[in-house]
Design a protein around this ligand. Structure first.
Ligand code: UGA
Length: 483
């Protein structure tokens, strides 16, 4: 009988040698890393202890809303990427084991590392030949030492493994492109042998080889400009991850504080951000004011970094201020709604956006959801729409007498006293303003993401209130006010 042809999913034209890699954890970081390593030519086993997740991934359900993920999953699943619950088998087969399990925030603000510890202990049970264990999860400094200690306590010879830190700088929504086109690859390795293995793993990117491929994922890197690999100590790499996220959060809180100042002074924060961002020492990115940062990373990582500093006796209260501004920014937005509508009790509001940012269905620590909750507590009734995050939101905030989930932006605006924009989905910046005007009871837009040019919206007959910019009013209101 004729044998079925094995699936040929090897990326065409890659010269670097394939390395066998295990990735433990199939969340945002683990799953993206797994399919991207396969895309780079490696053989990957992705391990998760959640059997339902493993089955779904084997069947081609990517589980999260992430650009290019369905395509890569389809290309490599059950071929160059195998999904399994069997960590012991993965440990035996692979040269490098990437730990990408969750490190949620504990009650004290520290990262809860119990999942990392559990994985380390489980690896120890089947480790018989030399392996490189790689921390991919966001972890505080000294975690590599704790992983080593856990392995040694479980009877593993220190010569049989190295622990490396290889932090991830992926943004949700663009994680695949960020992985394959990184600004930099950071490898914290205290042994040459482990550092070299990581260099080999990333060689398709650092040599520029990957960017020769016609079917490669497009992005900022190229054959002429491949990403640099920065080799550091493991502790430095651990700190680089926390310090990067804390610094980005600081940039956002800084511009949010400046935007509040601009509002009071009647200046325009967009002009100010451009003016400071043109200084190459500052740079233009992450200077978009809004309703505060959210997501599964910044809030948790700022708290964890502050907690690490506290434990070491370092005064890093700057980070407490970053958090404080972030909390205030949401309250300030609710005050804006109140200032525009007078009383909040009984007001009907259309809400656009529930995800913590555009292009994702993730609602973890979403400032949009916190604002919705605050408005409901103030007695408003809400009709909310999000292109991807409604079903996740329904699980934590079921529809009720005060909350309805709308079928589109115009449905959310239907008969509302005002329309609020809370997430920066690009489609919310391209709405048919005439149609909106017909749907709304009052032509008021309160935009927490500055998606519109105030004058353009006011010219269409709206009162438009945004962040850090003077409010814009329709000509008829201005004329009425002058009489
Ligand atoms: C963030 C980092 O950007 C990644 O480099 C990092 O790898 C990741 O955390 C992580 O540690 O895993 P992510 O949480 O996906 O990525 O989202 P960002 O795009 O950074 O946005 C975070 C929050 O800041 C969002 O709520 C966003 O709306 C807000 N933001 C961002 C602003 O309010 N203003 C800005 O200028 C930029």
């Amino acid at each position: 009988m004729k044998q079925p042809k094995p699936k040929d999913d090897s990326p065409k034209g890659l010269m670097s040698k394939a390395i066998s890699i295990a990735v433990v954890g199939s969340g945002y970081v683990g799953l993206v890393a797994a399919v991207c390593f396969a895309e780079m030519g490696h053989d990957v086993i992705c391990v998760d202890n959640d059997e339902r997740k493993v089955k779904a991934l084997q069947g081609g359900d990517s589980l999260i809303h992430e650009h290019y993920l369905p395509e890569l999953l389809e290309r490599y699943r059950n071929g160059k990427v195998r999904f399994t619950t069997d960590l012991a088998d993965a440990t035996r087969t692979c040269s490098a084991i990437f730990i990408a399990v969750g490190t949620p925030q504990s009650e004290t603000g520290d990262a809860d590392l119990s999942y990392v510890e559990a994985v380390a202990c489980e690896i120890a049970r089947s480790l018989t030949t030399y392996k490189v264990i790689v921390e991919k999860s966001t972890v505080p400094v000294y975690t590599n030492e704790w992983i080593s200690r856990a392995l040694v306590r479980n009877g593993i010879d220190r010569e049989l493994f190295d622990v490396v830190s290889n932090p991830e700088f992926l943004r949700e929504g663009t994680a695949v492109a960020d992985f394959l086109h990184p600004d930099r690859i950071v490898v914290g390795a205290d042994s040459e042998r482990a550092g070299n293995l990581l260099r080999d793993i990333y060689a398709p990117l650092t040599t520029g080889e990957y960017y020769k491929r016609e079917d490669g994922i497009p992005g900022i890197c190229s054959v002429a400009e491949p990403p640099p690999l920065l080799l550091t100590s493991t502790k430095s790499a651990e700190i680089i991850k926390h310090a990067s996220n804390a610094f980005l959060a600081l940039k956002i809180s800084f511009i949010n504080a400046v935007s509040n100042l601009c509002e009071t002074a009647d200046a325009n924060v967009e002009q100010v951000a451009k003016g400071i961002g043109l200084d190459t020492r500052i740079g233009p990115k992450f200077l978009r004011p809004g309703i505060g940062y959210g997501g599964s990373c910044f809030p948790k990582d700022v708290a964890a970094f502050r907690s690490v500093a506290d434990q070491m006796g370092i005064d890093f209260s700057l980070l407490t201020e970053v958090e404080k501004i972030n909390v205030q920014q949401k309250k300030r937005f609710v005050s804006k709604v109140r200032a525009a509508l007078w009383n909040l009790r009984g007001k009907k509001l259309g809400v656009l956006g529930l995800a913590f940012k555009g292009d994702t269905d993730d609602i973890r620590e979403s400032p949009a959801i916190e604002i919705v909750k605050m408005l409901i507590a103030e007695g408003c009734s809400i009709a909310a729409f999000d292109p991807a995050a409604i079903s996740r939101t329904e699980q934590v905030l079921p529809a009720s007498a005060n909350l309805r989930y709308a079928s589109d932006a115009y449905d959310a605006a239907s008969d509302a006293d005002a329309l609020l924009i809370l997430t920066d989905w690009s489609e919310f910046g391209e709405l048919d303003l005439k149609r909106l005007d017909q749907s709304l009871r009052y032509s008021i837009i309160i935009d927490g993401r500055n998606l519109y040019d105030p004058q353009v919206v006011a010219d269409q007959g709206f009162t438009y209130i945004s962040v850090g910019r003077p409010a814009a009013h329709p000509v008829r209101d201005l004329a009425a006010a002058s009489h």
